[in-house]
Design a protein. Structure first.
Length: 177
């Protein structure tokens, strides 16, 4: 889950605009959330390297051998599984459904453990010639880096969409609805 904390000035400005133009602001907030959702999808699809997320460490050699062609992030990178929804006036959830929260956490956390003799034998039987003695998954900092970047850009994203909707409504109706 991505959590963005706004500064006092940004929050006050957004609340004032929401009080004056509730429908337009609600639409702008949702559009900014969709933009953030699409950015997280891009981060996962490209294995980082954008929107403040460092390039993700590659899969362990055993993982790539056992699952050739596996994309980074696996199921976490699938477009339809990165969701967004509004929790309350100030909170927008962007991330994975609760059922994938454990996977998302494991994907980001480092892990290192030795392979048992049975595991090594199983891998050797599947064609891995030089089976390593340990498994080491590096840390992949996705959400914290993404949230830090998004916190800086969120107010501007909302205001950009607000400006677009405001101008569109003025052109259509001559007044903001």
């Amino acid at each position: 889950m991505v959590s963005v904390e706004l500064t006092r000035d940004s929050r006050r400005r957004l609340h004032d605009m929401e009080r004056k133009f509730p429908r337009t602001m609600r639409a702008a907030f949702g559009a900014a959330a969709t933009r953030a959702q699409n950015r997280l999808r891009k981060v996962m699809r490209q294995a980082g390297g954008c929107y403040g997320v460092p390039t993700m460490a590659p899969h362990h050699e055993v993982s790539t051998h056992l699952r050739p062609g596996q994309k980074m992030g696996g199921v976490l990178a699938e477009r339809h599984l990165i969701v967004k929804y509004r929790v309350d006036v100030d909170t927008q959830y962007i991330g994975w459904p609760d059922g994938l929260a454990a996977w998302a956490s494991r994907f980001q956390d480092s892990d290192s453990h030795p392979f048992t003799p049975a595991q090594r034998k199983w891998m050797h039987a599947r064609g891995i010639e030089d089976v390593p003695f340990t498994y080491a998954r590096p840390t992949r900092d996705v959400i914290d880096s993404f949230a830090a970047n998004l916190a800086n850009e969120w107010p501007e994203m909302v205001l950009d969409r607000f400006d677009y909707y405001y101008r569109r409504n003025m052109a259509r109706y001559g007044a903001v609805r």
